[in-house]
Design a protein around this ligand. Sequence first.
Ligand code: NDP
Length: 345
Amino acid sequence: MITEKPVCLTGASGFIAAHILRELLANGYRVRGTVRKKPENYPYLLSLPGAAERLELVNADLLADGSFDKAVEGCEYVIHTASPFEINVKDPQTDLVDPAVNGTETLMESCRKAGSVRRVVLTSSIAAITDEPENNKVYTGNDWNTMSSLERNPYYYSKTLAERAAWDFIMQKRPGYDLVALNPPLVLGPSLSPALNTSKLMIRDIMTGEYPAIMDLNWGFTDVRDVAKIHRLAMENRNASGRYLCTAGTLHMRDLVGMIAAAGFTGYRLPKADLSGKIGTALITLLSYTKPKNVGKYIRTQIGRTMNCDISRLQRDLGCDFMPLEKSVIDTVEDLVRWEHLKTT
Ligand code: NDP
C-alpha cells in the first residue's frame, strides 16, 4: 500500500514515535514528522535509514490552533502520538489535559480541512480503558475508564478525554476519514533517542531503589518495536476499525525483578524485601500516603490488581505477534545502561 503521499506522524521525537518512524521508513514510506524544535535537534531521526530521502520534519504544537494544517496537507494517513506522558505534574489541566485534548481536536480538524486524509491512527493507551482493573474481568475495546479525574490519575484522565474527543469528532463532524485507536499498556524496549521517557523511567526507578520493596503490582507490557509495527498495520489494513488493546503480556513485580536479577545486572538497587503479601500490601497502602499525590494514588488504584486484556481482535485483524517479554525487559535495561540512564552504585 506504499503511497507517494507522506504519512504524517505527530510527536516524531518521542520514544514510541521514533520507532514508528523507523518502521515506516523501513517499509518504504515517505514521512512528515511533527516536532517542536528545529530539525537539527533530532540527529537520531535524521540519521535513520531512508530519512535523507524520505523524511521531512515540520513544526507543530498541540496547544496552537491550526498548528497541524501544514503537516497533514496532502496526507492520506496520519498517526497521532503526540501527548504529554507524565505522572507527576504541577497542574493536571494545563500540563496534561489541555495539550492532550485540544491537540487531538486541533489535529482532527486539520485532517478534516485537508480533505485528503483517509485514516487517523491514534496512540491512545490502556489508560483510556481503566485506571483500576478488576481482577476477574477481561477487558476489551468496549471498556472505558470512567473513574479518572484531575484529582485521580490525571494522566489516565488526559488519555481518556483525548480518545473520547477523537471519537466524538468522528461521530459529530463525519469528516470523511476513519479513526483507529491503539491502546497499549506500558511500552518498553530500546530507545532511539537519548531521552528517558516515563515508561522506561519506571524500570530505572525499580533498579535505583525508588521502590523500596517488591509490591503486589502487575504491569501489562508491550515492546516498542511491536507497538511500532502495530501502528503500521493499523494504518495499512483496510479492515482495521475501532479500538485495539495491544498487551503482549503481564508481569508481577516479583517476576520482573527476578528476570532482571537473573540476567546478571548487579551493582544496582533492585528491591529485595518482598512485601507483596497481605500484610505488606496493607503497609504499602499506608506508606503510599507519604508519596507525591499522583504516585500515591497510582499505587492505591493498582496494588493487588491484574488487568486481563482480550487481544483477539488485534490478532485477528492485524495478525501481529509479540516478542517475548523477557527479551523486551532485558533489552530495556541494556539500553538504559547504554544511554547512561543507569549507573552502578
Ligand atoms: P514521549 O514522552 O517520549 O513522547 C511524547 C511526545 O509528545 C514527544 O514527541 C513530545 O514532544 C510530544 N509532545 C508533548 N507535548 C507536546 C505539545 N504541547 N505539542 C507537541 N508535541 C508535544 O512519550 P512516549 O513515546 O512514551 O508516548 C507517546 C504516546 O504514546 C503518548 O500519546 C502516550 O500517551 C502514549 N502511550 C505511551 C505508553 C508508554 O508506555 N510509553 C503506553 C501507552 C500509550 P517533545 O519531544 O517536543 O517533548
